[in-house]
Ligand binder design. Structure first.
Ligand SMILES: [Zn+2]
Length: 368
């Protein structure tokens, strides 16, 4: 039997919403607002800043002064407007293809349905706060302080990023650091004045090898120089060279040590200046005893529903769950739709995964 595609999910996917298109993101927020109209939910629309789209903060559940369950979903995607032409919405058996269906409109969709069910039935076990965000795909520069503020008054955090490998969820993620390095040397004609030049690219090359050499798979530390930019002409000793560094670590101590080492990078030539900026963007999300306890509760609920809930080994990718977990709030992530191909033109979600995971989310909100 071919599973049916929910019409409102199709509308959500058709509404293209790359992070930097605030119009598209705000149309998604309008749809969420519409979806919840008439439900007993306190809805606050937080205007976007710096050209980003708005967020929506939802509160519901018992009106008691106790730590809440915080749910986090983002509705921005990485796909530029026009991706629908290259990745048309289509159904192939259980697979629903479309930009953002897996990361993470499907997850936001199932969680908002569960949230609405719980608010209408007045069945939440504690107050629920649901933040729908607009900037996760660029590292949450605008919403990070909001998320951290909400986390401080939360007992648990549930994040609806995509599930993997047959519905596995996420109980730990690496921390992510981002750095920019700018090297400035001295320009000269490559033929007539070679000895006067100080090549920024040559110095950058030395530094890049040093940075890449910090990778230590045994400790789960990786460094990647993913972008390099330098020089002005084939026959000019380059004055400038810039490169970026992506750092991934499994624990906070490694994050501090590696960040310090990167920020301390120095020029090996007194005529060449090296300037490093950046730091940890997302702290590591470690599998703490609190996370394990929460995971076991979710596993028991999943077993009642009729499926095995497993987790993946530590994920290399960061999410907003990193912020809440780093503040000591037991956090489960990957509670969204199952599927594959996040951030690519073969992105799809599995329709059969919506109902059981919506049910899991509902029961979590009713029992935690
Ligand atoms: Zn995502």
């Amino acid at each position: 039997m071919t599973p049916e595609v929910p019409a409102d999910l199709l509308t959500w996917i058709r509404t293209e919403s790359p992070t930097h298109d605030s119009g598209g993101v705000n149309r998604m927020m309008d749809l969420v607002q519409e979806f919840l109209s008439g439900s007993p939910v306190n809805l606050e629309r937080i205007p976007g800043t710096d050209g980003l789209g708005d967020c929506i903060l939802l509160r519901a559940g018992p009106n008691r002064d106790e730590p809440c369950t915080l749910v986090l979903s983002h509705l921005d995607t990485v796909h530029p407007v026009g991706t629908l032409a290259k990745l048309p919405i289509r159904q192939e058996g259980d697979r629903l293809y479309g930009p953002g269906v897996y990361d993470m409109k499907g997850g936001a969709y199932l969680a908002l349905h569960a949230f609405r069910d719980v608010t209408r039935a007045a069945s939440a076990s504690r107050p629920v706060t649901f933040l729908v965000t607009s900037d996760e795909e660029i590292g949450s520069p605008m919403t990070r302080p909001i998320i951290e503020d909400l986390a401080r008054s939360s007992a648990y955090t549930l994040v609806t990023e995509p599930a993997r490998d047959g519905g596995k969820i996420v109980t730990s993620r690496k921390g992510v650091g981002r750095f920019d390095v700018h090297v400035e040397g001295r320009p000269a004609h490559a033929g007539s004045r070679h000895q006067d030049g100080r090549s920024a690219i040559r110095e950058a090359a030395r530094l890049i090898l040093a940075v890449e050499g910090m990778t230590d798979y045994g400790r789960g530390v990786t460094t990647t120089v993913g972008l390099v930019n330098g020089g002005t002409a084939v026959n000019t000793i380059p004055q400038h060279c810039q490169f970026t560094i992506d750092l991934r670590v499994t624990n906070a101590a490694d994050g501090e040590a590696c960040s310090a080492a990167i920020l301390a990078l120095q020029s090996g030539n007194s005529d060449v200046a090296v300037h490093v900026t950046g730091g940890m963007n997302r702290p590591p999300y470690e599998r703490s005893p609190g996370v394990i306890e929460l995971f076991e509760k979710a596993q028991a609920i999943a077993a009642e529903i009729g499926f095995d809930l497993l987790d993946i080994p530590q994920s290399g990718g960061g999410s907003d769950g990193n912020f809440t977990a780093a503040l000591g709030v037991p956090t489960l992530d990957g509670l969204g739709i199952d599927g594959d191909g996040a951030h690519t033109l073969h992105e799809y979600g599995l329709l059969s995964s919506i109902a059981p995971r919506r049910e899991l989310m509902r029961r979590l909100l009713e029992s935690l």
